[in-house]
Design a binder for this molecule. Structure first.
Ligand SMILES: [Zn+2]
Length: 184
């Protein structure tokens, strides 16, 4: 018999590091560490706000990478190991032109997270416009857009591990810092 498998969000990291996160969760120490580093939830609460946020980042780094036809939070998207968000690239012939329809969907879970975590996943999905695989060029592009990319992904995965174990979110709409210039 097998135990019900749960996603291992830290599978890509050294075992010692993953175990350290487990210990911090068991000792109840991870929550304070995360809340100190990321005290507030972001204010990107709607698909429209998400679209604007993604377009702003795209305009800064990937201006010429084609149009995005849709950007949305997706409640059906399950956050699993390699699918924190999705992007699709549907090519079809329109008249004589090949049109690429690009969509970015972000798991709804990201609605109630710090801006930095949302930024990490947005950068990840934007980078896929140029690089399909999770290869060296892909991660270089991620880091170009967000220098803290690797630390943010690790912190996010630590949080997801905590959330999987406890079911208790650390941030909510009520913890939005409306005074922050980042949360315009
Ligand atoms: Zn990916």
């Amino acid at each position: 018999m097998h135990a019900k498998s749960t996603p291992n969000y830290l599978a890509g990291y050294p075992i010692a590091l993953a175990e350290q996160v487990q210990r911090l969760i068991e000792q109840g120490l991870l929550t304070n560490m995360l809340l100190q580093k990321y005290p507030h939830a972001h204010a990107v609460r709607s698909d429209k706000a998400l679209y604007d946020y993604v377009l702003e980042a795209k305009g800064m780094y990937l201006r010429n990478a084609g149009q995005l036809s849709k950007v949305a939070f997706d409640g059906k998207l399950h956050v699993i190991h390699h699918a924190l968000g999705t992007h699709t690239n549907i090519s079809r012939i329109q008249g004589t032109k090949l049109r690429a329809k690009r969509e970015i969907r972000i798991a709804e879970l990201f609605k109630e997270m710090p801006l930095k975590f949302l930024r990490m996943i947005v950068v990840h999905e934007l980078a896929h416009i140029k690089e399909r695989e999770h290869n060296k060029a892909f991660y270089q592009l991620c880091q170009h857009m967000e220098p803290d990319y690797h630390q943010l992904e690790f912190d996010l995965r630590a949080y997801l591990t905590y959330l999987e174990a406890t079911g208790q979110p650390l941030w909510s709409a009520a913890s939005v810092d409306i005074g922050s210039p980042l949360n315009k």
